[in-house]
Design a protein around this ligand. Structure first.
Ligand code: NAP
Ligand code: MG
Length: 462
């Protein structure tokens, strides 16, 4: 795979000060496919300085011109979509069709949405005798994970640029090639030097230096709760703004009136896609006791169909972590009806599509984020019981409700403590705010709500 041996700094690829490197590995066959710099504190400092120097001019650039750069970025990403899909497949391991349909296509749609929003957004409003200016927050530190490597970059960088902020990106160590490709696209789109900068590197080194840097005004982070907590603490001490997207344990609530087969099949597909490495995945399926056995049979059959279709997990540590959870599920008394902890292949970090029945709400596999192709099916007695179970975790990122009629599902969804709910299999909307209740995070991404995260207000009184 093609890789840059430098960091993208102030409009050009430059040698990193740090001599350390990251080896990029293909999770499907465990082979090293490329090497990129593992930037250090000096590299982060240079990138933040470049972003700070570029801020006044970019903040003063008319929104229409910022929108034009984002439209150009959308076009470059669209022109290079095949290369994006191949790169994601190489370093994340997702099947090529999924990389094309989701990993490449969704970020193009999100970039398009911000090209449009930047052109239309009211950056000034009248409130009585005041004019309220919506101004960029400043220099943004974007720290992203590997599971949707381009989407998570675009979901931060596009609204930041639309708002007039400048950015330093530290992508996940497992998926730096996609981030390099994105930097090339930003360059091709004619975004001025210093507005976007990329430092590949390790979380505890480059990521931490970036989050702690006094020249950063806002830290936008997606990843684990443990790291998110640290970042929030560091940002809090420095009174920096922070946006956190920390994962979930979302419920797929199948009400008794629902089309059971459809709800179960879509639910299983949702968990198995991207090998279960999706923060908003509906990893808990809640079924009424009268339809429970039927649902379990359907889910086991549906999961078996994914055996040859899902990709590996991103790395050996994630694979071991997920297998550990499967073993824990068995140890705590859940009933394995598909998959299991054994490796289905000799090479690559694969885990079999796994389904547990007889899961109770207090079990570890019903409470903690597993981040693998593992579904837990829980039994409820009545609607109140279903609601208690659905809301009974520290998380609240997403969810689903299925019912015979939409109003019944909506009435249930209103009572869920979660940031997004799909009603009877509703479609993904790149303009809908995405983010968490409770410990799933702080702030929202996507659409106008995502743009607002990168703006601060100034009131002029007349
Ligand atoms: P992670 O360590 O939180 O990674 C997220 C990002 O933060 C990466 O760029 C990471 O760099 C960086 N980072 C790590 N330590 C840091 C620090 N001390 N300061 C600043 N940045 C730091 O997550 P992970 O280890 O890849 O995955 C572990 C678990 O997190 C998963 O099993 C899953 O439960 C959860 N997760 C959630 C999401 C989500 O979408 N919400 C995404 C991925 C993972 P490195 O790449 O070098 O670690
Ligand atoms: Mg990590």
């Amino acid at each position: 795979m093609k890789a840059h041996d430098g960091i993208y700094l102030d409009g050009a690829w430059r040698p990193a000060a740090s001599r350390d490197v990251i080896e990029v590995v293909d999770p499907a066959d465990e082979r090293v496919i490329a090497q990129v710099p593992a930037g250090g504190a000096e590299d982060v400092d240079a990138a933040v300085r470049a972003a700070r120097a570029a801020l006044p001019a970019w903040a003063a650039t008319p929104p229409a011109e910022r929108a034009a750069r984002l439209a150009a970025l959308r076009d470059v990403l669209a022109a290079r979509k095949d290369e994006i899909a191949e790169t994601v497949t190489a370093e994340l391991g997702s099947p090529l069709a999924f990389s094309q349909a989701v990993h490449a296509a969704v970020p193009i749609a999100v970039a398009a949405s911000y090209a449009d929003l930047a052109a239309r957004h009211p950056f000034e409003e009248q409130v009585g005798n005041s004019t309220v200016l919506h101004e960029p927050v400043g220099v943004v530190a974007a720290i992203t994970p590997w599971n949707y490597p381009l989407h998570q970059i675009v979901a931060k960088v596009a609204p930041a640029l639309a708002a007039g902020c400048t950015v330093v990106l530290k992508p996940a160590e497992d998926t730096p090639l996609t981030a390099q490709l994105f930097a090339e696209a930003v360059h091709e789109a004619g975004v001025p030097a210093g507005v976007f900068n990329l430092v590949t590197g390790l979380g505890p080194v480059a990521g931490q230096a970036l989050a702690e840097h006094p020249g950063v005004d806002l830290v936008s982070f997606t990843g684990s709760t443990a790291v998110g907590r640290r970042i929030a603490a560091v940002a809090g001490a420095a009174i920096k703004k922070v946006a956190l997207e920390l994962g979930g344990k979302s419920a797929n609530v199948i009400l008794p009136s629902a089309d059971l087969a459809r709800a179960v099949n879509v639910g299983v597909a949702n968990v198995m896609s991207n090998s279960g490495q999706t923060c908003s995945a509906w990893t808990r399926m809640l079924v009424h006791r009268d339809r429970y056995d039927e649902a379990v049979t359907l889910a086991a059959a549906a999961a078996a169909k994914y055996a040859d279709r899902i990709g590996p997990l991103v790395n050996a540590a994630q694979r071991d972590r997920v297998r550990g959870y499967i073993e824990k599920g068995v140890a705590e008394g859940a009933r394995l009806v598909a998959g299991g902890p054994e490796s289905p292949r000799e090479r690559g970090w694969f885990v079999a599509p796994t389904v547990f029945a007889d899961v109770t709400p207090d079990m570890t596999i019903a409470q903690e984020e597993i981040f693998g192709p593992v579904l837990s099916i829980l039994r409820y007695e009545d609607e109140e019981d279903a609601l208690r179970i659905a809301n009974g975790t520290v998380y609240g990122l997403a969810g689903a409700v299925w019912a015979g009629e939409e109003p019944e599902a909506v009435a249930f969804a209103r009572r869920m403590d979660t940031g997004q709910v799909d009603i009877n299999g509703g479609r993904f909307n790149p303009l809908a705010p995405f983010g968490g209740y409770k410990q799933s995070g702080v702030g929202r991404e996507l659409g106008a709500h995502g743009l607002a995260e990168y703006l601060q207000t100034k009131s002029l009184q007349f």
